[in-house]
Design a protein around this ligand. Structure first.
Ligand code: KG4
Ligand code: ZN
Length: 330
């Protein structure tokens, strides 16, 4: 089965063609990051306009790179949410137009299912598995007992881990997105600044607002006293505390649910310290972290997820092209 997938939930316009939920034939990603950098974050209106400008070119490129004809597509998949509404609609309308023109079924796929299925591209999922989903908007632990069956074990009470990285970077004056910048700086520093112990209600839950506020208040106090802060050591201290919390809660879930596999998904899965810790801390289970190119938003992961979604339930999130769409934005 050849799947055409489109992802436009935030600031990446991406189109991919994949085969049988495994082989990625093409995965074209256009990142708008440079356009948003001077604003310190993604500007929704700019994002949707840019998606409109780019999508047709990226579409054609995905077909050329895959060496596949339009008539060969068996299923169209598109990110249905969560994401920026104006951005999502660009991808959804492109997907609908293609499905209508070539008379193929179309399904809407949850963005986080895509991030999770990025782990099925180079590895084989084994169940039960625990997935740690870490991005700019989400920090969650998910239990999967089978393909395309997701049970949420816990989530953040407040900020997502990626959001905390981005805010701390902004206060340090480091630019956007903050995650990769802090990650790089942290490697050159030592975690010598004390950080608060993170407490949560549940053992699979997360909380990042306390850690974030601690760093911001500490930096402000230092500034008021005209005292300097070592950026590298601050980055290392924040990173150490942020990742330790992810590992501790994940260890609880993997142990309690007797998981055979532990996977990490989402933009923060690109974090080098998290990748090192995951490799060390889960010796008894199969571990998977996607290759860098599949960590941040891309359409390949959406196409792989769509294959399993469609295989499991052909009518789940199918879009009705005759008139209105049954698709609910997540
Ligand atoms: O999954 P993603 O591309 O978009 C969302 O769906 O949110 O994740 C983006 C988030 C941003 O907060 C970014 O700072 C973070 O992932 N990120 C990182 C790293 N690379 C990206 N955070 C920590 N370390 C990194 N190396
Ligand atoms: Zn994402």
């Amino acid at each position: 089965m050849i799947v055409l997938a489109i992802e436009s939930s935030c600031d990446e316009t991406s189109v991919s063609i994949s085969k049988d939920g495994k082989t990625v034939l093409s995965n074209v990603v256009y990142s708008q990051i440079e356009l948003h950098q001077s604003f310190g974050g993604v500007v929704p209106e700019i994002a949707s306009r840019e998606h409109i400008k780019r999508i047709t070119v990226i579409f054609e490129k995905a077909f050329v790179e895959a060496g596949v004809a339009k008539e060969d597509i068996d299923l169209v998949a598109v990110t249905k949410g969560p994401g920026l509404i104006g951005s999502l609609l660009v991808g959804i309308n492109a997907a609908k137009a293609f499905a209508f023109a070539y008379d193929v079924p179309i399904v809407g796929v949850h963005h986080l299912a895509g991030h999770i299925y990025a782990n099925q591209i180079e590895e084989e999922m084994e169940f039960p598995l625990v997935a740690l989903v870490v991005s700019g908007g989400h920090t969650e632990l998910i239990l999967m007992k089978d393909h395309y069956a997701f049970e949420k074990l816990g989530e953040t009470h407040d900020d997502a881990v990626g959001e905390a990285y981005d805010k701390v970077a902004r206060v340090l004056g480091l630019g956007y997105p903050g995650g990769p910048i802090i990650d790089k700086l942290a490697k050159e520093g030592t975690p010598e600044y004390p950080m608060p112990h993170i407490r949560t209600k549940g053992v699979y839950d997360f909380s990042y607002s306390g850690l974030k506020s601690h760093v911001i208040n500490f930096l402000n106090r230092k500034k008021m006293k005209n005292e300097s802060v070592d950026e590298k050591n601050m980055a290392a201290s924040f990173q150490e505390a942020a990742i330790r919390h992810l590992i501790t809660q994940s260890e609880n879930a993997v142990r309690d649910y007797d998981a055979k596999m532990f996977i990490v998904a989402g933009g923060v899965a690109a974090n080098s310290h998290l990748r090192d810790e995951v490799a060390k801390k889960f010796p008894h289970v199969k571990v998977s972290v996607p290759p860098f190119k599949y960590c941040t938003d891309n359409a390949a992961m959406m196409g792989i997820a769509a294959y399993y979604q469609y295989k499991k339930n052909k009518t789940a999130d199918a879009m009705d092209l005759n008139g209105y769409s049954r698709l609910k934005l997540a």
